[in-house]
Design a binder for this molecule. Structure first.
Ligand code: GRF
Length: 208
């Protein structure tokens, strides 16, 4: 039986450029073992929702504040994941936290993209522009991006792929963020997602 594609849910919070990289990879045939079946946004204002709509991918908002508690929030996430029969989760510019209990139900099936060469500039408090501000403050000559499995430690899961990006003397946090996205994040994430999707598809074939 042909390897069925692995069903992927993408978690987003903002602009969705990493989601776009996945959608473009899919359209270019670079995601043969994965199917993006749903986009789940933590915010109704996320432009990532527009990107999903244009790409014909079902999308919904699951909002922590509206849910009223972390437990209720994660119950809603579980419900959507079940509805779309998701088999792996990709956190692509996703800023909410999920509990160790939630993660324990998805061992080696949740990926995250972080905009630095972990473990540098990773962990609690390091997200978005803050990561690049810290890299510039420290004066590193190389930074980059990391795709890792998500475990109960923030940015502490097994590292899958990394790609280095040079830091330029005239960089601002904004110019550095953009170059890390263009030269590292948008290249690494589709590669890592296809790698894990293929592994899970092969597993499914062996134990249907
Ligand atoms: C990116 O810097 C990404 O590394 C981080 O969130 C930022 C925005 O991502 N995780 P996106 O444009 O919403 O994908």
């Amino acid at each position: 039986m042909l390897n069925e594609k692995t069903r992927i849910a993408v978690f987003v919070s903002g602009g969705g450029t990493n989601l776009q990289a996945l959608l473009d990879a899919r359209d270019a045939g670079k995601l043969p073992h994965g199917e993006i079946v749903a986009v789940i946004s933590s915010s109704r204002f996320a432009y990532a929702l527009e990107r999903a709509k244009k790409a014909g991918v079902p999308a919904c908002v699951v909002n922590l504040k509206k849910a009223g508690s972390q437990a209720a929030y994660e119950e809603q996430l579980d419900r959507v994941l079940k509805e779309y029969r998701a088999e792996m989760i990709v956190m692509a510019g996703f800023f909410n936290i999920v509990s160790p209990d939630f993660i324990s139900r998805w061992p080696r099936r949740v990926l995250n993209i972080h905009p630095s060469l972990l473990p540098s500039f990773g962990g609690d408090g390091f997200y978005g522009l803050r990561v690049h501000e810290a890299a510039l403050r420290r004066g590193v000559k190389l930074t980059g991006a990391t795709v890792h499995f998500v475990n109960e430690i923030t940015d502490g899961g097994e590292i899958l792929l990394q790609k280095a990006v040079e830091v330029r003397p005239d960089d601002t946090p904004e110019t550095l963020q953009r170059r890390v996205m263009e030269e590292a994040e948008w290249i690494l994430l589709p590669q890592a997602v296809e790698q894990v999707a293929a592994e899970l598809a092969a597993e499914k074939e062996k134990n249907p």
